[in-house]
Design a protein around this ligand. Sequence first.
Ligand SMILES: [Zn+2]
Length: 286
Amino acid sequence: MNVDCHFHVDETMLTLEKMIEGMNKHNVSKTALIAPMNETMFEVDSTFQHNLQSFFRFLILNAPQIGLKIYDGLVKDGYFKLYGNSYKIFTKPNNDIVVAAIDRFPDRFLGWVAVNPLIPESVEDVEVYLNKPGFIGVKAHPFMHGYSMEVLDPVAAMCESKGIPMIIHLSSEPDSFKYLPEKYPKLKVIYAHAGLPFWKKLWKFVKDQPNVFVDTSSDYLNPSIVKKVVEALGYRKVLYGCDGPYGMKKFNEYDYSVKKSWIESLQIPDNQKEYILGKNFLGLIN
Ligand SMILES: [Zn+2]
């Protein structure tokens, strides 16, 4: 069973019906949804952008001190800045959108509770959502919401005690990927986008952490990075995800084949691909 562990709901970009259609066509049984983090964000297709993205990947891999500076520049004053455009970041994630999506397609969608720990009552909010059908864990975005990992202490302690995973998109705070696993060794952590913006350094750390994983979602990655992360961590620590609808160029035209082909084209046995495509994630949420 293939399960996408990382996708956002934003029907201004991609309707739930179209998602189900794409999932059916590409044999994805379930998708774990996250509230939108920012306003509608279509991208234009250009060679310039494509080259910029490749250059950014190269820097993060090979000259992280420069790559991290560029990364930091992507978020400023509550806006996400991409290729000269600015998109408002939502301070308070709208988890009700995910509740409604699960309500409409309970067999196909799971939910992450997106949390911004800078909002005082957020731990209580999180628990309310976790008791709703289909919710499996907590999403935190220290990069877009701009905070240091210690701010996640109460949420992380709660998730550890409940045995549920957290999925985290890291900021460039130095060594921030070590904080939660060292303080909450039983906490299940998934670092989004193969652990962006740390990649190699993070993989070295994650390799020996029994409860830490990465996902392969988003256009921050490409087939070569996915290959590298699987080589570095092995197939049991890597989870398939898309991070759609981000990266889309046109309304309702999301190409589900791309991220899945990154896994399918790996030179590993099919049964190992099955773990990446779903079994690892299902193991974390059972
Ligand atoms: Zn995401």
